[in-house]
Design a binder for this molecule. Structure first.
Ligand code: ADE
Length: 255
C-alpha cells in the first residue's frame, strides 16, 4: 500500500488533474492550496489549472453573456464563447481525438444537475481527473451543454452565486481520496456514506466536560462492544436524519 502511495506522491505517473473553466480564475486554488489538499498539490499528487472563459470572448468589450431569449431575469452565458473555452481545454486530451492523455469527464456544476454523491466522487478520484465548467449569471446556453455532452451535477437543493464554490467542493472531495493524500485508509472506510450510513459520534479528552461524560463503553477497551455500539449509533443517527439513506441501507441489508 505504502509503495503505491509513494509512487503517486513522487508524481512519476501523471497526476490527477483538475481544469476549471471560470470567469474568476483568482478563486483558485483558494482553500485547495491549504492543508491536506494543498500539501498534495505541492507534492504533485494532483494538478490544478484554470482557463479564463473571458479570454474566448469575441468582441472588444470581452462580452461572455447576453439576455435570455423569451425574456426573464438575468443573463445567459453565450454558447460560442463557452464552446471555444472547452475546445481549447480539450486540445491535447484524448477525448476529442486530438491525442494526448486520457479523456477526463466534463462537468458543469448547477442546481439542475444530478446530486453529487460519494459514489461518483470515488469514480472521479479513480480516473485521470476532471474538467469543471463554472457558470455565473442565470446559466449557460443549453445548446453547448448538449453539444459537448456535459455532465451536470448539483451539490444540493440550494442555489450558489456561481459554480466556483461547487468546483472547489467537488475537487476537495476527490483530492482527499487520492493515494497518499489522507493518512489512514481505515479512517476512510468508517466515514459517512462509505457503508451507507452516517458516521458514529466521536469523543476525546477531557473524559468529563461541562458535566457531560464520554459514553462508558468507549472507555472499556472491549473492541467488539465498541464496534457494536458505534454501529448502533450510526444506524440511529441515519434513521433520524436521513430517511432516504436509511431506506436504501435497510433495502440492501435485506437482499
Ligand atoms: N451552482 C449554483 N448552485 C449550485 C448547486 N447547488 N450545486 C452545484 N452548482 C451550483
Amino acid at each position: 500500500m505504502m509503495e503505491a502511495e509513494d509512487k503517486q506522491a513522487d508524481a512519476q505517473t501523471a497526476p490527477w488533474r483538475a481544469t476549471v473553466l471560470t470567469l474568476f480564475p483568482e478563486m483558485f486554488p483558494g482553500p485547495l492550496g491549504i492543508s491536506l489538499a494543498g500539501q498534495a498539490l505541492e507534492r504533485g499528487v494532483w494538478a490544478l489549472e484554470t482557463v479564463d472563459i473571458r479570454d474566448f470572448a469575441r468582441d472588444k468589450h470581452r462580452t461572455v453573456d447576453d439576455a435570455p431569449f423569451g425574456g426573464g431575469a438575468g443573463m445567459v452565458m453565450r454558447p460560442d464563447v463557452v464552446d471555444d473555452a472547452i475546445a481549447a481545454t480539450l486540445r491535447g486530451e484524448g477525448g476529442d481525438g486530438a491525442g494526448g492523455g486520457p479523456a477526463r469527464p466534463l462537468i458543469f456544476a448547477s442546481p439542475r444537475g444530478r446530486p453529487l454523491g460519494q459514489q461518483r466522487v470515488r469514480e472521479l478520484a479513480a480516473g485521470p481527473g476532471v474538467i469543471l465548467l463554472c457558470g455565473r449569471y442565470e446559466g449557460i446556453d443549453e445548446r453547448v451543454l448538449e453539444a459537448r455532452a456535459v455532465e451536470e451535477v448539483s451539490l444540493g437543493d440550494y442555489v450558489l452565486s456561481g459554480g466556483e464554490p461547487a468546483a472547489l467542493v467537488l475537487i476537495d472531495a476527490c483530492a482527499r481520496l487520492l493515494p497518499g493524500v489522507m493518512g489512514s485508509a481505515q479512517s476512510q472506510d468508517e466515514e459517512s456514506f462509505e457503508r451507507g450510513l452516517l458516521e458514529y459520534p466521536h469523543y476525546t479528552r477531557p473524559q468529563e466536560w461541562q458535566g457531560r461524560a464520554v459514553p462508558e463503553v468507549l472507555l472499556s477497551g472491549h473492541h467488539e462492544k465498541i464496534r457494536a455500539w458505534r454501529r448502533a449509533q450510526a444506524e440511529q443517527v441515519t434513521r433520524a436524519r436521513r430517511p432516504d439513506l436509511w431506506a436504501r441501507y435497510r433495502g440492501a441489508a435485506q437482499e
